[in-house]
Design a protein around this ligand. Structure first.
Ligand SMILES: N[C@@H](CCC(=O)N[C@@H](CS)C(=O)NCC(=O)O)C(=O)O
Length: 307
């Protein structure tokens, strides 16, 4: 979907509305608001009003997985309304409307509709909306992770989850900056293809196996059960799990790297990926037409950038 961006709202000045919208968790049965059906509430003049809360997420990014893959995965498993939006003319239109001139940007719009019954004096329907605009992929992922309960149950679990998450993110960053972008860093020209091939070899033979070995060790320590972090009462999906599953998927798109992963060779990472793949809402997202289109463009881009 082409973007019609909400008005830019990123600001160093906070407001009570932004703070409340930002802090809202949308898990049914826990603290925070329920999405959807109306609730009755008593207004200051004693009239029973219908109050309806709605939230909608939009993620602005290119039609590729790239820096949006983890955020899209989290939004998909959240079960809340969300959509991918794409720039129509990035350089001339949308870029200037984003906080740092980069994508992804997350927009989270909270709408409260209050209806006073027709019988009441001053019967009316009023709608209030607050949109949060959040830049930087890592900030978006951690924000959504907190919002949807993916960063553990206590500060110690959070430290462990964010450590594994950062370690996985760093390796992907190495791949993007050293291998995919090597034409930029080497200045292109003759020898650029050889330099890229060498960077790819180092990544596939050194950086990626080092990450695999370390993460297999930690995942084995937690019981090779598809999750990085256990808790006192059980296991649950975390931001680290989602980041890793999405990364393994991405590495398996690299012909030179795909044989590094299998149920036998990397049982821990495999279980993490399987666990996410079998999540009902994530599986539905992966089966969607939109995901297929993003996947096709990502494969195309991978081929172009690999040259
Ligand atoms: N640190 C930023 C980097 C964002 C970034 O460089 N995004 C690229 C797309 S992958 C972009 O917006 N490029 C367009 C431009 O810089 O004009 C993040 O993680 O969100």
């Amino acid at each position: 979907m082409t973007a019609v961006l909400p008005a830019p709202t990123f600001s160093p000045r906070t407001t009570p509305e932004a703070a409340q919208a930002c802090g809202t968790t949308w898990k049914k049965g826990r603290q925070g608001r329920d999405q959807g059906p109306s609730k009755s509430s008593c207004s200051s003049d004693g009239v029973e009003e219908e109050v309806k809360f709605e939230v909608r997420f939009q993620l602005l990014y290119l039609k590729v997985h790239g820096l949006a893959a983890t955020a899209r995965a989290i939004l998909a498993i959240s079960g809340l309304p969300w959509e991918s939006i794409y720039p129509s003319d990035w350089a001339n239109v949308e870029k200037a409307q984003t906080p740092f001139g980069t994508m992804p940007v997350l927009y989270e719009t909270h709408t409260t509709t209050t209806t006073r019954p027709a019988a009441a004096a001053s019967a009316a329907t009023t709608t209030r909306s607050t949109t949060l605009q959040i830049p930087e992929s890592e900030v978006i992922e951690q924000y959504l992770g907190r919002k949807f309960g993916l960063v553990g149950q206590d500060p110690w679990e959070e430290v462990a989850i964010l450590s594994f998450y950062a370690s996985t993110k760093n390796v992907m960053q190495t791949y993007v900056s050293k291998v995919l972008m090597s034409n930029h860093t080497s200045g292109g020209g003759s020898g650029a293809a050889e330099a890229k091939a060498l960077e790819l070899r180092w990544f596939v033979e050194r950086d990626l196996p080092a990450w695999i070995t370390l993460h297999e060790r930690w995942l084995a320590e937690n019981g090779t059960n598809g999750h990085y972090v256990g808790d006192q009462v059980g296991l649950r999906l975390s931001l680290a799990d989602v980041r890793t599953a999405v990364s393994v998927e991405r590495y398996m798109m690299i012909p030179e790297a795909q044989d590094l992963f299998s149920a036998d060779l990397t049982p821990g990472l495999w279980a993490v990926k399987q666990k996410l793949d079998s999540h009902e809402r994530y599986a539905a997202w992966k089966a969607s037409e939109e995901y297929a289109a993003i996947d096709a463009w990502s494969k195309h881009r991978q081929t172009v950038l690999s040259k």
